[in-house]
Design a protein around this ligand. Structure first.
Ligand SMILES: Cc1cc2nc3c(=O)[nH]c(=O)nc-3n(C[C@H](O)[C@H](O)[C@H](O)COP(=O)(O)O)c2cc1C
Length: 163
């Protein structure tokens, strides 16, 4: 089994719910174990063994949440994420509320941490997910299939590289 993790910040539960959908998609790929953790309660031993770590944030002021940024600036740097496959996702209230910018901000941090970035991009066909999946607060249920598919795509790529 290869291990994968989804780390998230979530104040009112939306981002947590979508983290679970991604992990569910990862687990649909044979030989993959996936778990989710709030950023402030990670299982360091499990993360050390994980070959892929995806991170999610609510969108705050067209950016990642302050909690996510503070965590990325500090604790995340001590998790030994270099060389692992990474990705990012966000939830938001509004379609034009800046979720892609929140995702892009996380992806920049993951590069600084030395991670390998992946989303599938346009190469996996439709539905196209360029930077990472976005779910809107009032449409979480309809976004879940896309989040599961993203999890599957991340897991398929992780198996190709690390399996
Ligand atoms: C301080 C604050 C700022 C926010 N700013 C935005 C924003 O700029 N754009 C947007 O679409 N939603 C914004 N939202 C809404 C959240 O991104 C959205 O409700 C999110 O799904 C909450 O995630 P959570 O339930 O995991 O905490 C904001 C919410 C808060 C509390």
């Amino acid at each position: 089994m290869i291990k994968m993790a989804v780390l998230y910040h979530s104040k009112s539960g939306n981002t947590c719910r979508m983290a679970q959908a991604i992990a569910d998609g990862m687990k649909m790929v044979e030989g993959v174990e996936a778990r989710i953790f709030p950023i402030h309660e990670p299982d360091a031993a499990y993360l050390a063994e994980s070959c892929c770590v995806v991170m999610g944030t609510p969108t705050y002021l067209a950016s990642m949440s302050g909690e996510m940024k503070t965590w990325l600036d500090g604790d995340a740097r001590r998790l030994g994420l270099a060389g692992k496959l990474g990705g990012a996702f966000a939830t938001a209230d509004y379609v034009h509320g800046g979720a892609d910018l929140a995702i892009q901000g996380i992806l920049s941090h993951l590069m600084v941490l030395g991670m390998l970035l992946y989303s599938g991009g346009g190469a996996c066909g439709k539905p196209v997910i360029h930077l990472g999946p976005v779910a809107l607060k009032d449409h979480l249920e309809e976004a879940e299939p896309v989040f599961r598919l993203y999890g599957q795509r991340m897991a398929n790529q992780a198996v190709k590289i690390f399996g």
